[in-house]
Design a protein around this ligand. Structure first.
Ligand code: NAP
Length: 337
């Protein structure tokens, strides 16, 4: 491991000037990156839906141009102007506006504010930390918020939507490990074997669901983890049992929500907002402690994150995320110059 920052290194950068979207693997220097007081040699990153939107230009995720996408990274500190970190320290970052307002993880070196860093917990390798990434951290935040709001295993099955995705897979795994009965709603019924292997007791084909339109439909679910938004989230509000919680995480289907107040007034249903990017630091540290010990997802590298790509592959692989055709998590391994 070299402690020196090389004069140049490779980074994937998105240029978005004048409404044109251009992405290229470029050779840059450390001062081309957004400001920060710690430099990290990136070992691994991962791919989240948001990264796919940024790389493909299908969503307005990046602020500033050019910008390095990648909302997750893990690696060793190579230089630090912050007393809390020394060269050689193993760290990870998820969210905290990297790969959005600041340059992110799709670069061999990253320059970051120290406040974004989390020490790599003893129970995790870089690979495992990035297999979890924002997706797993968000699933853990959803679990914590639902437990805090009195979700119990006796209230009934938890439905996970977008189940073959990164958040969905880790949610199935960690909720199951907490004793919840789990159902997986998916657009890929052919992935049933995978979904059962990571925690689903039941797999439901998205196409088979008759959502109805009454303010309250028959109560089916003890609670839900929703990655889709739109009509699916609206249906969940109508079908969650009394006092159940819906963790609202994603918008893979739509950013809209059309419902009535009836589920809240007549069933005590709660929608819990899940915002992983700027999660309070104390919660962040606590959740990473869990994710490296008692909440560490079973089958993380053997079942959920079985695919590893390199920087050169990112533009192609991110297109697959936009079409919703990917199953599980994808690691991004960084080659060093
Ligand atoms: N709130 C937060 O802090 C936070 C953090 C992380 C992620 N998110 C959001 O959560 C969602 C999931 O993220 P992820 O990283 O798990 O994404 P992902 O790995 O790309 O998975 C998304 C899954 O959603 C389903 N899907 C995709 N496109 C769809 C469509 N048009 N209609 C219906 N279902 C579709 C697919 O699952 P099936 O084929 O199995 O249905 C897909 O595998 C995204 O919207 C992401 O932006 C939010």
């Amino acid at each position: 491991m070299s402690d020196a920052i090389p004069a140049t290194f490779r980074a994937l950068r998105v240029h978005a000037e004048g409404g044109n979207h251009r992405v290229a693997l470029e050779t840059i220097g450390i001062d081309d990156l957004s400001p920060g007081n710690v430099v990290v040699r990136v070992a691994y990153s991962g791919i989240n839906y948001k990264d796919a939107l940024a790389v493909t230009g299908k969503g307005k995720i990046l602020r500033g141009s050019p910008r390095v996408p990648g909302i997750d990274l893990a690696g060793h500190v190579v230089s630090s102007q912050d007393a809390r970190y020394q060269p050689g320290d193993a760290v990870l970052v998820t969210g905290c506006n990297i790969g959005e307002q600041m340059d992110g993880g799709y670069s061999e070196y990253a320059r970051l504010p120290a406040d974004a860093l989390v020490r790599l917990p003893a129970g995790l390798t870089f690979e495992e930390a990035m297999a979890i990434g924002t997706a797993g951290f968000t699933a853990a935040l959803a679990l914590q918020r639902m437990l805090d709001n009195h979700q119990t295993t006796t209230m009934g099955t938890i439905l996970v939507t977008g189940a073959t995705g990164g958040v969905g897979g880790i949610a199935l795994s960690i909720f199951k490990a907490h004793g919840f009965k789990m159902a997986a709603l998916t657009g890929k019924p052919e992935a049933a074997e995978y979904l059962h292997s990571i925690g689903a007791d039941e797999v439901i084909d998205r196409e088979s669901v008759i959502m109805g339109s009454k303010p309250l439909e028959g109560a089916l679910w003890g609670g839900a983890v929703d990655n889709l938004g739109g009509d699916t989230l609206a249906w969940l509000t109508r079908t969650v049992k009394p006092w159940g919680n819906i963790a609202s995480i994603g918008l893979a289907q739509a950013h809209t929500l059309s419902t009535t107040v009836m589920p809240f007034l007549l069933r005590g249903v709660s929608i819990l907002g899940i915002h992983s990017v700027e999660c309070p630091r104390a919660w962040r540290l606590e959740l990473w402690k869990h994710l490296s010990t008692d909440w560490k997802p079973e089958g993380l590298l053997s079942k959920i994150a079985t695919r590893t790509v390199i920087l050169e592959d990112l533009t192609t692989v991110c297109e697959e995320y936009i079409t919703g055709s990917v199953t599980g998590r994808t690691l991004v391994q960084h080659r060093q110059p």
